[in-house]
Design a protein around this ligand. Sequence first.
Ligand SMILES: *Cc1c(COP(=O)(O)O)cnc(C)c1O
Length: 436
Amino acid sequence: MSSAASTLALQGGRPVYEGKWPSWPNPAPDTVALLQDVALSGRWAISGAYTGRDTYEKRLSEAFSRFAEAPFVVPTANGTSALTIALEAAGVGFGAEVLVPGLTWVACASAAAALGARPVLVDIDPSTLAMSIEAAEASITSQTQAILLVHPYCMVADVEAFQDLARRHGVILIEDCSQAHGAAWRGKPVGTFGAAGAFSLQQTKLLTCGEGGLAITSEPVIYDKMQQLRADGRRYCANAVLGQLELEEVGSVQGRNFCLSEFQAAVALSQLGLVEEQNRLREANAVKVQNGLRGLRGVSIPQADPRVTRRSFYQFLIKFDRKVLGSYDAEKLVAAIAAETGVFCELIDTPLNANRLYNPLLSVRTPLDTTIRQALDPKRFELPNARLAQTSHVAFGHWALLGDDCHCEAIVAAVRKILDNFDVFLIDQTTGARRL
Ligand SMILES: *Cc1c(COP(=O)(O)O)cnc(C)c1O
């Protein structure tokens, strides 16, 4: 490529790629048929009357139980409610400290705060982008009740180290796998290393029905609580009677309604059949892009721990190393890659100590007590590694990896062109001014 001479698309030049990208989400072959089946079935919710056959919600639970190798699955209205019931069933409640990674989606912290718990924001490990085990250990106090471990972007946290940490300190481990459907550590799917795991089925996730969630566990007591927590204190009864309600009232916990509708359960069930093959395709295409970027100075793909036996790519990340490349304008860099490729890309999450979407002090549930408010204030946490990571990675939506060679080559060509024109992005650190 004679890219050294070519003008960036951002500055009016010709983009490296002008073709189409894979779309997302897409129906599976049976999605529409299943939706029609629900529409005509007379059962649109698990809280409706028994029609003589299993709900799609139950069928989804059974299928996901096999997929995630977890004995018990409770579908929920969204990932946030899956996290909520997982935390609550594990005993996280008012005043409990919960360790939450400082670099992730806001729901991880806001779901814990909504339970009255105190999210303790923990800095990340730059090599995994997940919670740092050292920083986590340093954050544990006598009030710590749980660790919410997130497997972020395309990475799997060191689950063995966190299992050990949780055991040594007598705290509960919960995994948020909303970005890691199908990822595995030493052959064992994520979500099965702690007391419970939570998954989101939101539109951009690797398994989706638009909005939805799944909570998994291997512990019968937690399963029973999670079932009730998501259905106003009710759970499936043992002997359903035709025409009568299938949920029985138990009320051994204070539940709420977080149920997934039958329409969504049917869509999720149909989509589940696609995930493994799509995960394999994304993994193979990620390797192709990585090979294309080999040898380029200052650019790399985050590497998985050798114990990760199956990677899942919720977002495909490319790291532009500031130590090698100098200080650059990350937002402009993302805009330039989007302009070259024509595919969706963005910076990764804004750290939770500086994220405008996370401020529990604004909640009417937060007491006026000064000590509590100080404990909840996100700004009291320092997250230098999270901050550096946020401005050093470009994230592509996972569907960018569901195409063929021409899509992988487009990403590689865009990165090469940006490196050839890198002066455009550099910031003069003494003045903070852009160089060009
Ligand atoms: C998407 C996501 C959630 C929240 O899921 P929703 O379905 O949007 O409620 C929670 N945690 C992580 C890590 C996520 O990516």
